[in-house]
Design a binder for this molecule. Structure first.
Ligand code: DI6
Ligand code: FE
Length: 411
């Protein structure tokens, strides 16, 4: 078989753990065909039979090739902004108090409900381009600012359309259980009934949700309410993930693990028992340093304990208008190192292999291995640790998503 394309001329950070640190192959080569990786190894071992007259040659140019980066937790589709709330919080009011005073998630809900699907696609497009410019080839996008049947489906359709329009792999997550909308004020259980009986089945039958998420927190939903949503999701065959233990220890990590969640996210206040439950359930810990920094949190997630129990750690932007107006996954990697003391290798695994697992896509993306999608990024760096080192300075040389190659990324 002749390859469609070959990358060589530098290092390959495969991120395959069996290959050692960064899964590195110093002078490597990768061959692709039909949008998949068909060969990876040392350049000197590259079979001549893979090279044909139509094979396209890409030069790593003494830099490094990594898997396409994966942002496994975003709320990219929303209208309006919350810069006034940001200012107010810097003036002293807390994120929780902002939520209670009608700012918070419900103010974004109002703006998002007022926007058409086409408007949401137009507003979120530049945000997606900004992520793509960091070498991001897969983005998870949550709903959760519609909080009604029609507005939640509108958000999910916008997310799907964005992926198609920008050539990026998008995974959608239904987050109807994000806040109680005004129609159900004071009746959270009636809103959970509405999610379970109407919103979830409609999203599932339209094929609009790849997963289901919920916000477990005293300012949001209780463990019993989350469990009702998760039981309904799993009955429909949808995997679940949870916003857990962000503002207090609500036993969220253990709750997520008890539902075999793909991931539990935030986790600043997760207890040792929560870490052990996640380890037993193979639930990925998604760390969100942008939210930690923005809400002015002071207790970092229990990284040493995740490490000791082999809980895989992913890193994501949590891009959203309230707690994390962050649109750079490279910056999230840097913050995860500086604020949470991840190693640069852990940060890179957190946006590749472990982020893939957090989306249930470990067999598809996140490593450079035969059979995986040809999502590849060339970086002008001397060592892969530089991806986490630079603060807002690194631009990929080229980005490949499956069959599409972008040699001049937009920034
Ligand atoms: N946790 C978050 O970080 C976002 N949602 C959530 O459950 C923030 C949502 C917002 O403030 O708009
Ligand atoms: Fe979030």
């Amino acid at each position: 078989m002749q390859a469609d394309a070959i990358w060589q001329g530098g290092g390959i950070a495969t991120m395959v753990p069996e290959l050692g640190r960064y899964g590195a192959i110093e002078d490597g080569a990768v061959a692709t065909g039909n949008g998949r990786i068909v060969w990876v190894g040392r350049r000197t071992d590259l079979p001549a039979a893979l090279i044909g007259p139509a094979t396209i040659h890409h030069d790593i140019d003494r830099g490094w090739l990594t898997p396409g980066l994966i942002d496994c937790h975003t709320h990219l589709v929303f209208a309006g902004d919350r810069s006034a709330e940001f200012e107010a919080r810097l003036g002293g009011i807390s994120y929780q108090d902002a939520a209670k005073s009608g700012r918070g998630i419900l103010s974004t809900m109002a703006a998002t409900r007022a926007a058409t699907e086409a408007e949401l696609i137009a507003i979120a497009g530049p945000r997606l381009q900004r992520l793509l410019a960091d070498g991001v080839t897969t983005v998870e996008i949550k709903s959760g600012y519609g909080l009604s049947l029609s507005d939640e489906l509108k958000m999910l359709r916008a997310a799907r359309a964005l992926g198609a329009a920008h050539g990026v792999r998008v995974r959608t997550t239904l987050l109807a259980a994000h806040a109680v909308p005004p129609e159900f004020a004071g009746r959270p259980d009636a809103y959970i009934d509405h999610i379970v009986n109407e919103i979830l089945p409609a999203a599932a039958s339209a094929g609009l949700a790849d997963a289901v998420d919920a916000f477990a927190e005293t300012i949001a939903f209780s463990p019993a309410q989350v469990s009702r949503v998760f039981n309904a999701a799993r009955a429909l065959g949808l995997p679940v993930k949870l916003h857990a233990d962000q503002l207090a220890d609500g036993n969220g990590a253990a709750l997520a693990a008890s539902h075999h969640a793909l991931s539990a996210d935030h986790l600043e206040y997760t207890s040792p028992a929560g870490v052990r439950a996640m380890a037993a359930a193979a639930t990925v810990a998604v760390l969100l340093p942008g939210a930690y920094a923005t809400v002015g949190a002071t207790q970092p997630p229990p990284v040493a304990s995740f490490r000791a129990h082999n809980v895989p750690m992913a890193v994501a932007t949590d891009a959203n208008p309230g707690s994390s107006p962050l649109l750079s996954l490279l910056t999230a990697m840097n913050l995860a190192c500086c604020l949470f003391r991840l190693t640069p290798e852990e940060a890179l695994a957190g946006v590749t292999r472990h982020a893939a697992a957090a989306l249930g896509l470990a067999d598809e993306i996140g490593t450079i291995a035969v059979g995986r999608a040809a999502d590849l990024v060339v970086w002008p760096v001397n060592h892969p640790r530089e991806l986490a080192y630079w603060m807002g300075a690194l631009v990929p040389t080229s980005i490949n998503i499956s069959n599409q190659n972008y040699t001049a990324p937009h920034r």
